[in-house]
Design a protein around this ligand. Structure first.
Ligand code: A3P
Length: 319
């Protein structure tokens, strides 16, 4: 039950070994912590972060359920924030992966590198896949701005399925899609259940719209200029009429587009860190909406849609 776990003791590993374990996403192991399934390898880092993260009032947080468009949102927010610092045709995003500019806080803490976050100059853009209820308290009490992106759960599952199978050593059989589907529907999926994750941010965005911006991946695909302008306004750095006339919005969209990012050398062959199992190309697979049609039967799709409708009923949110 949410919130029922004891406070993490100083020796987190004792607590972690007692948490429910799901091994169906091997090589990932996930444990249920305060209502959500968190990858075991970052759990200690997350507990450390929950207790010790020092937020700054001007921090901006990019938040998501994994596989919902995080990499894209990181690129867009970073490009928007730094647009006057770098010419867009020589932008650092052309040489480095977006995750290098917007660190995944749980991983940074898990690696014992929290001081790197301290060393970042303000305003920082930071990322976590934690649900709202598990965010470090300081982020909420300081009123930091949060940007959340969600995506059709059917496409999230397909994206997760491929991403996870890429983590498997060659000798390991891929997870059967039907098994991934069942685990996902049960909520037993990294950072799951997805519905509670999305709803927590949705509700917070209704309560505090000036601080929590709620975006949908499909809307971003459908009307990038509107979303990019909305992002810049929310971030407090709206485009000037001159910038709009000069086509800065379009340039940012092009720089961060799926085809552009996927084609960059750093994203074809690079790696975020030498000990990371995945190469950067795993963040850029198909990049569209509706790939679920190639993976699930109409019955499976209906079942997943029904769960989503039931979970979101009365919330005002539709996907
Ligand atoms: P697919 O696996 O369906 O292709 P995340 O960044 O949260 O891990 O989400 C990954 C999904 O976002 C992947 O979806 C990936 O292809 C897609 N994606 C990555 N960069 C993108 C971009 N610039 N534009 C649109 N989609 C992008």
């Amino acid at each position: 039950k949410k919130g029922a776990d004891p406070r993490p003791p100083s020796n987190f590993t004792d607590l972690i070994s007692t948490l429910p374990l799901e091994e169906g996403w091997a090589p990932l192991r996930i444990r249920k912590y305060q209502g959500f399934w968190i990858p075991e390898r970052v759990l200690q880092g997350i507990m450390d972060m929950q207790q010790n993260f020092k937020a700054r009032p001007d921090d901006l947080f990019v938040l998501s359920y994994p596989k919902s468009g995080t990499t894209w949102l990181k690129a867009l927010t970073y490009a928007i924030m730094t647009r006057s610092q770098y010419p867009l045709d020589h932008h650092p995003l052309l040489r480095q992966n977006p995750h290098e500019f917007v660190p995944i806080m749980g991983i940074t803490y898990a690696k014992g590198e929290a001081s790197e976050l301290e060393a970042m100059s303000s305003p920082r853009i930071l990322n976590t896949h934690l649900p709202y209820s598990l965010l470090p308290h300081a982020i909420k009490s300081l009123g930091c701005k949060l940007i959340y992106v969600c995506r059709d759960p059917k496409d999230v599952l397909v994206s997760r399925f491929h991403y996870n199978n890429r983590m498997r050593p060659q000798a390991m059989e891929p997870i059967p899609f039907t098994k991934a589907f069942e685990m996902f529907c049960e909520g037993n999926c990294p950072y799951g259940p997805i519905w509670e994750h999305v709803l927590e941010y949705w509700e917070e965005s209704q309560r505090r719209p000036e601080k929590v911006l709620f975006l949908k991946y499909e809307e971003m695909l459908g009307d990038p200029p509107r979303i990019v302008k909305r992002l810049a306004e929310f971030m407090g750095c709206p485009f000037s009429p001159e910038e709009e006339k000069e086509g800065v919005v379009e340039e940012i969209i092009k720089l961060c587009s799926f085809d552009k990012m996927k084609s960059l050398e750093v994203n074809k062959t690079g790696k975020l860190r030498p000990d990371f199992v995945l190469t950067n190309d795993s963040f850029f697979r198909k990049g569209g909406a509706g790939d679920w049609r190639n993976h699930m039967s109409p019955e499976m799709a209906r079942k997943l849609d029904r769960i989503t409708e039931q979970k979101f009923e009365g919330s005002g949110l539709t996907l």
